[in-house]
Design a protein around this ligand. Structure first.
Ligand code: KIV
Ligand code: ZN
Length: 546
């Protein structure tokens, strides 16, 4: 058995820095639970000093995921700033195993232009802040030090910085290729020097960005050079072009052990597909079909020659099995009369985890769907299960909707929403039935929240094929303008065999997440609006349809 490589997942920190990938605190907890099922070694849960929401996410993940006996360690990021270290240490407090991750830049370009300081000051800051982290986190836990922009730092100074960090108590030394600039040979040479200097006293770690498409190759080269921790993200999410992708690095080690002196990870690879789908679903960032390991085409064989070879022996064109990454080979034919045992077995084989209390509901939904379409496929089941994994607060609901649309004419939409025991009705015109309905929802919401949400993304995809396939709508909205400095993004999904209904459900799911984070009392908003404009519509009692 070769070296055990520690998998440090930073989907919830660096991955969440992907433009448009914002997650609510509940969504982050959901992802962290799945990362624990995937059996990563460390979950970097966030950057607590960045905002109160980030601190809450790290604290909740530490408590709800990191407190179990066999849980992964939970990490939190902090700049080399005393207040950051204090907030990060406090947020990690409920976790059984903690990793306080401090960083400061070491390249001259960052020291001169961003930090506007000197190398000497940087060394001093490393000593003081790694020392502070060491004292605050306690001797049972790890301090990690990252030299930001390490790959563009002068090697002599970089090694001095790492020596200072280890002497101050860092147990993990990270070598970030912050701007995705290096290439495998060059990066391996730097990592080898770092391993030579501190490898007996600390774990040397990689952190590669993908600006030149080399993040996975650089990470693997660093393992060959002696690195023992890899910092990676699910689906390769991350700042700009992303980070090294967890599934690629893990499956490369598993598929080519001889190239890595049999280095292994503890990742449960059959959870990779479910994890990829969940992260894609909650962030609303689709995985490209030709993405290695988890893309829809990763195990599809199109050309005749390939199909012929594959049918004779899968080894001709498959270097890993679909089952090893959690893809089941066959498809489900669930009908109205299908039994519960077959359904449970199917979920298990698809790697779908549903909380036991939600299983009956999911089964009921699958059987109801079987009433609407000829066959409930694996894709339908995965989509239904994802809806359950997405914690949507049920605040505003749909009582009734109608939309009308004709060629060459503008469309109209009508909705009745309920909220806090009352009905709010509105009408709007629009460019197509979806636009009209969503505008009608906005008009109704004006009686519930202050301002209108901004629609920033809308996507529709078919779940499986066939004329009775379900449509899944994904909507991203931001809170009404003026609500905080950086507008927060909320993602909602809707699933239906009617795409207009799917769109409406997706919009309301996003709106419910928004309202849950910015609670408002309908009375207060209605009263304020009434004061501003006495002609505004007044809420009608619940249950009175137009
Ligand atoms: O890319 C980077 O340098 C980082 C550090 C904070 C580790 O994300
Ligand atoms: Zn990074």
């Amino acid at each position: 058995m070769g070296r055990r490589i520690r998998v440090f997942d930073t989907t919830l920190r660096d991955g969440e820095q992907t433009p448009g990938a914002a997650l609510t605190v509940d969504e982050k907890v959901t992802v962290a639970k799945q990362l624990a099922r995937l059996r990563v070694d460390v979950i970097e849960a966030g950057f607590p000093a960045a905002s109160p929401g980030e601190a809450e996410a790290v604290r909740r993940i530490s408590a709800e995921v990191g407190s179990a006996e066999d849980a992964p360690a939970i990490a939190a990021l902090a700049r080399c700033v005393p207040a950051d270290v204090t907030v990060a240490a406090a947020a990690l407090d409920p976790a059984r195993r903690r990793q306080l991750h401090v960083f400061i830049a070491t390249s001259d370009i960052h020291i001169t232009h961003k930090l506007r300081t000197t190398r000497e000051d940087v060394l001093e800051l490393i000593r003081s802040c790694v020392g502070q982290a060491r004292r605050m986190i306690g001797s049972d836990h790890d301090v990690e030090f990252s030299a930001e922009d390490a790959s563009r730092s002068e090697l002599g100074f970089l090694l001095e910085a790492y020596e200072a960090a280890v002497q101050a108590g860092a147990a993990v030394i990270n070598v970030p290729d912050t701007v995705g600039y290096t290439e495998p040979k060059e990066y391996a040479a730097v990592v080898r020097q770092v391993v030579r200097l501190v490898g007996r006293r600390a774990i040397v770690s990689t952190h590669c960005h993908n600006d030149l498409g080399l993040a996975t190759a650089n990470t693997l080269a660093a393992i060959q050079a002696g690195a023992r921790q890899v910092e990676v993200t699910v689906n390769g999410l991350g700042e700009r072009a992303g980070n090294a992708s967890l599934e690629e690095v893990v499956m490369a080690l598993r598929t080519r052990p001889a190239q890595f002196r049999s280095a292994t990870t503890g990742v449960a690879t059959e959870q990779l597909t479910a994890t990829s789908r969940l992260v894609s679903y909650l962030t609303g960032i689709m995985v490209q079909p030709n993405k290695s390991v988890v893309g829809a085409n990763a195990f599809a064989h199109e050309s005749g020659i390939h199909q012929d070879g594959f049918l004779k022996n899968p080894l001709t064109y498959e270097i890993m099995t679909p089952e090893s990454v959690g893809l089941s080979g066959s498809t489900l034919t669930l009908g109205k009369l299908s039994g519960r045992a077959g359904f449970d077995e199917r979920l298990r084989r698809l790697g779908i985890h549903v909380e036991p209390e939600a299983l009956d509901t999911l089964y009921g939904e699958a059987i109801r769907l079987a009433d609407q379409k000829k066959q409930v496929t694996d894709a339908d089941l995965l989509a239904l299960a994802e809806m359950h994994a997405d914690p949507v607060p049920q605040l505003v609901g749909i009582e009734h909707w109608a939309a009308a649309s004709r060629q060459g004419e503008s469309s109209s939409g009508n909705v009745s929403l309920f909220y806090e025991g009352r009905t709010f009705r509105a009408f709007a015109g629009g460019n197509g039935p979806v636009d009209a309905l969503l505008s009608a929802v906005d008009n109704a919401l004006e009686q519930i929240i202050d301002g209108r949400p901004q629609l920033i993304d809308y996507q529709l995809r078919s779940i499986g094929s066939g004329e009775d396939a379900q449509g899944e709508a994904t909507v991203k909205i931001s809170a009404p303008a003026g609500d905080g400095d950086v507008p927060q993004i909320f993602t909602g999904h809707g699933l239906s065999t009617n795409v207009v209904e799917a769109s409406l459900r997706a919009y309301l799911a996003a709106v419910n997440k928004l309202i849950a984070e910015h609670p408002v009392a309908a009375d207060a908003v209605a009263a304020a609006r009434q004061k501003r404009s006495p002609t505004d519509p007044v809420p009608t009692p619940a249950g009175s349809h137009p």
